[in-house]
Design a protein around this ligand. Structure first.
Ligand code: MRU
Length: 346
């Protein structure tokens, strides 16, 4: 089956820098930028040129190589290079993959830039392989627990090829189901305020030939309660040991609606998104972004002067609402007590 991941490279090493597909201008324009210094990479991460937990992990790992090359060019000492690596690591707080990707590559700094680039490339390659496995495990699990007909699936934000090194996590499951002839349609929540669903998920689904309906975030719980959805599949930015799951703001409403009608809420994410150091989700740092993202639209202020903005980028779905967590190693039925922490101990 031909698919868009054959020709979309979200993150790619360009020899002396990182080539990024600029996700801020999709779907109107397909453009790439090459970042060759730490400031450029941190800016690209903060503006969501590159985004999505697994893609951030890959970008972070290559970011260590960028810091090393810049240190050589500009004559930095080890402390300055370390501070630059830390800036990449801390560019966004919620997706644990970013820090994990940086740490994995940074462990090899002493071996030279080629070793660091090779490690970052391994992070990228493992992500693509892992996504394929997530897709297969997720499709098997969903097929066994849903009606025997093409499914109506809801997803929130973008957990597709664009959010990863290729194929996707939640959308990887959708692609796999589609390949098996098991997708009727996908409701793609628009995902305010930056429209990752309307702009990016819809772009991926259209390119893959998967029927897609973009709906306002506020419509999602009602669509579920009206019985129009068989299963919801979302990604994750960080999963605590008990299964509490941080994902794009609005995910909790989807999860509550799924629990209310008794359909599965499936979280699809690589094991690298699990943070066993955190016992529960109340410890997950939630990024708060510029209030202007909700007070204005397209550069024009929509809220009246005097109104303030509140712009948390993520929410935390309690483990009891997570029916299943699909990783590249298999499926945990979290709401039934199969938590990542317990799985890691056994
Ligand atoms: O702010 P973003 O666009 O980086 O948020 C992305 C998400 O919330 C995704 O759902 C999550 O990272 C999973 S990506 C496979």
């Amino acid at each position: 089956m031909g698919d868009m991941t054959d020709d979309v490279r979200t993150v790619e090493w360009a020899g002396d820098g990182l080539r990024l597909l600029d996700q801020t201008v999709l779907p109107g324009r397909v453009e790439h930028v090459v970042v060759r210094d730490v400031e450029g990479l941190v800016d690209a991460i903060r503006r969501l040129v590159v985004r999505g937990a697994p893609a951030l992990g890959v970008a972070g790992a290559f970011g260590v190589a960028i810091a090393m090359l810049q240190a050589e060019r500009e004559g930095w000492d080890d402390a300055a290079r370390g501070a630059a690596i830390a800036r990449v690591r801390e560019a966004r707080p919620t997706a644990v993959n970013l820090a994990a990707g940086v740490d994995r590559a940074a462990a090899l700094v002493g071996k030279g830039v080629d070793a660091v680039v090779a490690e970052a490339q391994a992070v990228l390659d493992e992500d693509v392989r892992g996504n394929r496995a997530i897709g297969a495990f997720g499709a098997d699990w969903i097929t066994a627990r849903t009606p025997d007909r093409p499914l109506r699936i809801l997803t929130h934000c973008n957990a597709g090829a664009l959010a990863t090194a290729g194929w996707g996590t939640a959308l990887g499951v959708v692609r796999e189901l589609h390949g098996r002839g098991r997708v009727e349609k996908v409701y793609a929540d628009e995902t305010r305020p930056l429209l990752q669903g309307a702009r990016l998920t819809a772009w991926e689904l259209v390119r893959a030939g998967i029927p897609c309906l973009v709906q306002a975030d506020g419509a999602a719980p009602s669509t579920v309660l009206r019985g129009l959805v068989d299963v919801a599949v979302i990604g994750a930015d960080r999963i605590a040991a008990n299964g509490d799951t941080a994902n794009k703001i609005g995910s909790v409403g989807v999860a509550l609606a799924c629990a209310a009608v008794g359909i599965p809420l499936v979280v699809a994410a690589p094991w690298s998104t699990v943070d066993l150091a955190l016992a529960s989700g109340d410890r997950i740092p939630i990024e708060e972004r510029d209030p202007d993202e909700v007070l204005a639209w397209g550069g024009t202020r929509t809220a009246p002067g005097g109104a303030e903005g509140f712009n948390p980028a993520f929410d935390v779905t309690p483990a009891r609402l997570v029916t299943a967590l699909v990783t590249e190693t298999g499926v945990l039925e979290v709401a039934k007590g199969e938590t990542p922490g317990r799985a890691a101990r056994t």
